[in-house]
Design a protein around this ligand. Sequence first.
Ligand SMILES: [Zn+2]
Length: 481
Amino acid sequence: MADWEVIIGLEIHAELLTESKVFCGCNTEFGGEPNSQVCPVCMGLPGALPVLNRQAVELAIKAGLALNCTINGTSQFDRKHYFYPDLPKAYQISQNDRPLCSHGMVELSVGDRKRQIGIQRVHLEEEAGKSVHVGDSIISSEYSLLDYNRSGIALVEIVTEPDIRSAEEARLFLEKLKTLLEYTEVSDCKMEEGSLRCDANISLRPKGSSAYGVKTEIKNLNSFRAVQRALEFEADRQRRLLQAKEVVLPETRHWDEAKGMTFSMRSKAKAADYRYMPDPNLYPLQVDEAWIESIRQNLPELPDAKRDRFINDYDLPPYDADVLTTSRHLADYFEACVQEVDEPKLVSNWVMGEVLRWLKAHELEIESSPVAPKELGGLLKLIQEDVVSTIVAKDVLSEMFATGKSAVEIVDEKGWRQISDADSLEAIIDGVIAENPGPVADFQKGKTKAIGFLVGQVMKASKGQANPQKANEMLRQKLQK
Ligand SMILES: [Zn+2]
């Protein structure tokens, strides 16, 4: 890609965590019987009038603040017209030229570099219903079913500036955005349930040029990985066209995950096609400074601030702080555990290592970990007090996950207390020395590395229960005599 610069902008839709829909009182819970959570407003029946949900506005403002946006005192709801069976009014209530939030910015770490991605706008709108195409795909389907439970759920649309310069940056941006929306409890960001969706615009231009090339829009991106793969594919496709002096058509393209390709869907709609007009049933939305300020005051500590605090207060390496603050629950888990064991780096190693590994293998999130922070703290204290070695502690943790018992219970039941007393260790060490004359001779000739092997043998002979530091000391004393 040496001669071409990739320009990417993203449009993200995130469902807001409100209990009722944005313009009616219907329930928003996911997974209900089709068309069981509907009323005349969200079914678009003639004469039904929308009433704005205050909580939806509050969450949209929260999102705007977390993305460093200006919150506009007056914004406007507009009708965006298009015809599709899952849109019963034949228009979506959205915001066009006067959005609720604008001019924001998100900072990303891309390798060692910091990148600032502009946020053009965050606006409030309503969800459409859901079409269920019977059969394999929309094209071969004989008929489609419609479920309006989702119709009218509150959404924010977040539009970035075309500041993203690679497929990887696009993925990193989405990860950061998800973290911010989860921290602020604006959205649960479940891509698999459709509560976070992303469309991507991409174009190429010769390096050094300031004019934009023709862009395509990619839809059907169902995971962060899909976003990165689709953008890599599309950048490559456009580059080949441009290098062959062919044209890139302005079109909407569909990402096919299985084939790993994008396909042309339709030529791109222009804003004029939507015939935007102010919705006469809704007043301009006024939000006063005092309300915005009270929301700002009640924002939780955001990931960047938390990361910096973890580095400063706990003396953690930046890598650890990054990993631990990717989710608010993970950060809380870490801090709760540090309350128990005042050795942050030890806690961080175990949380990032054994705990996350086990959770990942069992497809669980940290908030549903069977081992609570207090319990993990109990195990780490046993390491600090030399009751168990690190090796044995890993087995103890596996047992804790499996049985829900405490570390102390397991260690006592299994007889896994570390052997630190000299008499017991001495018997094992004498055995190892007798069985390994070669390495013993090596050590005595000055090959100090041989000690590592001998300590390993002691650990093996004691089934991991010997205290490795003690074993090392005692071995050296004996061999140097
Ligand atoms: Zn309704």
